[in-house]
Design a protein around this ligand. Structure first.
Ligand code: HEM
Length: 124
């Protein structure tokens, strides 16, 4: 019951194109380029992540919250908007409309929960 146009191969290509954009982005690029030493490994991990999210393949075993928390000092809500903007452009460029919309919706939800984990503090 996967959405039309979403399969392992397209997700792999999507991830490649998205991070090619991210790496050259003036604001996002430096954060990723400082954090990631092995890009082929990162792209493989992110393809597995999206495969788990969209195809429920269970290929991704990881912990996104601690991975981002390490970089919390450099990450802002505005950067999440920027990330989602690049995701929108890239999904629209290469996926069928319905698939692009589903990918954008998932990313927005995950961005929301990552931001809650990173930025929400109970009042003291
Ligand atoms: C990993 C940055 C948003 C999914 C990473 C890493 C960085 C990063 C630097 C590497 C962490 C490390 O190993 O040191 C950011 C920034 C974001 C952002 C700056 C937005 C401002 C997102 C969003 C998603 C996402 C919205 C999902 C929709 C992931 C995943 C990993 C990752 C799955 C791999 C975690 C692991 O090691 O298992 N991100 N990210 N990120 N990111 Fe993001």
């Amino acid at each position: 019951n996967a959405i039309d146009g979403i399969d392992e191969e397209r997700l792999e290509t999507l991830v490649e194109r998205f991070y090619a954009r991210v790496r050259t982005d003036a604001e996002l690029g430096p954060i990723f380029n400082d954090a990631i030493a092995d890009w082929p490994e990162h792209l493989e991990k992110l393809a597995a992540f999206w495969s788990s999210v969209m195809l429920t393949s269970g290929r991704y075993k990881g912990q996104p919250v601690p991975a981002h928390r390490k970089h919390a000092a450099r990450i802002t809500p505005a950067l999440f908007e920027r990330w989602l903007g690049l995701w929108k452009v890239t999904t629209e460029e290469m996926m069928p409309t319905k698939a692009a919309e589903a990918l954008q919706e998932k990313a927005a939800r995950i961005a929301e929960s990552l931001q809650l984990a990173l930025f929400f503090k109970l009042p003291t």
